[in-house]
Design a protein around this ligand. Structure first.
Ligand SMILES: Cc1ncc(COP(=O)(O)O)c(C=O)c1O
Length: 358
């Protein structure tokens, strides 16, 4: 069976350097970290990894979390508590972890339509210039594969005195000359205040982080319960992620091969008349448009062709009447097809379409 819906986009979970680094770390320091970051759970692997991540994103510092979900949830909720009166402007298609963080923070918020700069500006204008603000958005929206206008959002942030918080979870490792994500690709890293990323997708291991100024990371380190009150990542995980990041900073091979496979798959699907949604990223969403048909398609692929693609369904994507006009709606992308590496999402009951992670 071949898994076509993995988030291990570049197959780094199988990379010999990553595996060797993890084996070595286990032999050196054992299987577990032994504690929270502040109480015996910080090894030299954690410290080196944070330095590597800060360098990857051109920031003064980085802070590790056990997942990007926790990084988003903890950072956004903590920022709201630390900055009284902070108003958050959140893209309508933001990931659940950002939504939860914003909700948990309990401060005022405005939701702008997905990557709709006019709508964002309209909302920003309504809040006094000296009120603290933060714009939270993603670079690659993983359900329909669209890419946000980072430069233009940063311009608005500069004009209206807002901080920017960018989730690059589906872009780190994959985009940019060193795998720093879309902001690196577009030369916009220095305009984004806080970058969030995962070690579990492009980098093939596990864990999450933010990269930002030293002051910001220190504040989150000191106040975020999701950083303080939990056992740190196992040193071997940090070692594996470190090896993966270091490799992808200098190797273009995996990114080039990945781009070629995305092009090939999208081309073949279009040739075959399949309803592949257009987008500029590596995500290959195929809208089937009916949950029962979608399940039948993915079942057939599995049983007759040995291809595993997972239908994606509510609540990962919203319920909605039409599939293609407003992407992952009632229909789910056929899955995200990743023809070379292991699986990712299981999204519950039959969904109308599926999505392939290339
Ligand atoms: C946009 C986005 N942000 C954050 C996360 C959470 O990442 P992690 O799996 O590291 O918790 C995901 C997970 O799929 C995601 O799609």
């Amino acid at each position: 069976m071949t898994v076509w819906c993995s988030n291990d986009y570049l197959g780094m979970s199988q990379h010999p350097k990553v595996r060797a680094a993890m084996h070595e770390a286990i032999d050196e320091v054992g299987a577990g970290s032994g504690g929270t970051r502040n109480i015996s759970g910080t090894s030299h692997y954690h410290v080196e990894l944070e330095e590597e991540l800060a360098d990857l994103h051109g920031k003064e510092a980085a802070l590790l979390f056990t997942s990007a979900y926790i990084a988003n949830e903890s950072t956004l909720s903590t920022l709201t508590r630390l900055m009284p009166g902070l108003v958050i402007f959140s893209d309508a298609k933001n990931h659940a972890s950002m939504i939860e963080g914003i909700r948990h923070g309990g401060g005022p918020k405005h939701i702008f339509r997905n990557n709709d700069l006019d709508h964002l500006e309209e909302l920003l204008k309504k809040v006094p210039l000296d009120t603290p603000k933060l714009i939270a958005f993603e670079s690659v929206y993983s359900m329909d594969g669209n890419i946000s206008s980072i430069g233009s959002i940063c311009e608005l942030a500069e004009k209206y005195n807002a901080l920017t918080y960018l989730d690059e979870v589906h872009a780190v490792g994959l985009y940019g000359p060193r795998g720093g994500g879309i902001a690196e690709l577009e030369g916009a890293m220095d305009r984004v205040d806080i970058i969030n990323g995962t070690l579990a997708k492009g980098f093939g291991v596990m864990g999450g982080y933010i990269a930002a100024s030293k002051a910001c990371c220190d504040a989150i380190r000191s106040y975020a319960p999701g950083f303080i009150f939990t056992t740190s990542l196992a040193p071997a995980i940090a070692a594996g992620a470190l090896a993966s990041i270091r490799h992808l900073k200098v190797s273009e091979l995996e990114r080039a091969r990945h781009r070629e496979r995305v092009r090939t798959l999208k081309g073949l699907m279009k040739q075959a008349g399949l309803p592949v949604m257009e987008n500029p990223s590596h995500i290959v969403p195929v809208m089937v448009g009916d949950p029962v048909h979608c399940k039948a398609v993915t079942d057939t692929l599995l049983t007759h062709y040995g291809i595993y693609v997972q239908p994606i369904n509510y609540p990962t994507v919203p319920r909605a009447p039409s599939a293609c006009a407003s992407p992952p709606r009632r229909s789910t992308p056929i899955s995200r097809w990743q023809p070379s590496s292991p699986p990712s999402k299981s999204c519950g009951p039959p969904a109308p379409s599926a999505r392939a992670n290339m």
